[in-house]
Design a protein around this ligand. Structure first.
Ligand code: PEP
Length: 232
């Protein structure tokens, strides 16, 4: 299983360091070498981590370096040996206004660098309410021009209306959508959207759910540890 924590615009360099120390101690006591645990801290907390946790960037610009005020590029990630990135997160699509074209460009850039990419897709509520055909059409459009055969690709299915709201699709719905997605993409498929200790085990037990991407609940180390334990 893959269990990934997305801190978003939360935590500091200091609190991230403490969190990772605690997490690493916890992982040392487990015997589940098959699980991959990832943490995506804010850019200011990126650091080399000689630990069992894979550290990734929540975002970066598709450049090595250059005149892109406010952005970080490959050079800043290389400094800390960061080789994992989230691309296409719904907050970047819907709040920061990243277009599918920009997202594809970013994907291609980091793919060429060999990065592990968690590529996020998910539908807003009005699409969900339009029925399963509209829903799959929407998700397929988000996969357009993305190299689905890329060896270091993971997909995170995150319904926009489930992110940070406490609402989740039914397990039947997650199962149906993951089954349909697995026919399109034979890569690890994560579910994201209000995953918490109370629902993580049930979600991760579903066929074609290869892990979870966790936002809010990952900020509390004890909750994140419980979610990791739910992979057992
Ligand atoms: C996310 O933003 O990737 C996410 C899944 O958030 P939350 O767990 O808070 O819904």
């Amino acid at each position: 299983m893959i269990v990934a924590a997305n801190f978003k615009t939360n935590m500091t360099r200091q609190s991230t360091r403490e969190y990772l120390d605690t997490l690493d101690d916890f992982l040392a006591t487990r015997h589940h070498d098959d699980d991959t645990i990832m943490v995506f801290p804010p850019a200011t907390a990126l650091d080399a981590c000689h630990c069992a946790v894979k550290i990734g960037a929540q975002n970066a610009y598709a450049t090595r370096n250059g005149a892109y005020t406010g952005e970080i590029g490959l050079e800043q990630l290389d400094e800390f040996d960061i080789r994992t990135i989230l691309i296409g997160h719904s907050e970047r699509r819907h709040i920061l206004g990243e277009s599918q074209e920009e997202i594809v460009h970013k994907f291609n850039f980091f793919k060429e660098q060999g990065f592990s990419i968690i590529y996020c897709i998910g539908e807003p509520l009005e699409i969900r309410e339009s029925g399963s055909h509209a829903l799959m059409e929407y998700l397929e459009a988000q996969l357009e021009d993305i190299d689905l055969g890329y060896a270091n690709l993971m997909i995170a299915y995150e319904p926009v209306w489930a992110i940070g709201t406490g609402m989740t699709p039914s397990t039947d719905d997650i199962l149906l959508i993951h089954n349909a997605l697995k026919k399109l993409v034979q890569r690890p498929l994560l579910y994201g959207g209000s995953v918490k200790p109370e629902n993580a085990r049930e979600i991760m037990a579903l066929a074609n759910v290869d892990g979870v991407l966790v936002g809010g609940a990952s900020l509390h180390i004890e909750d994140f540890k419980l979610i990791i334990q739910a992979t057992n």
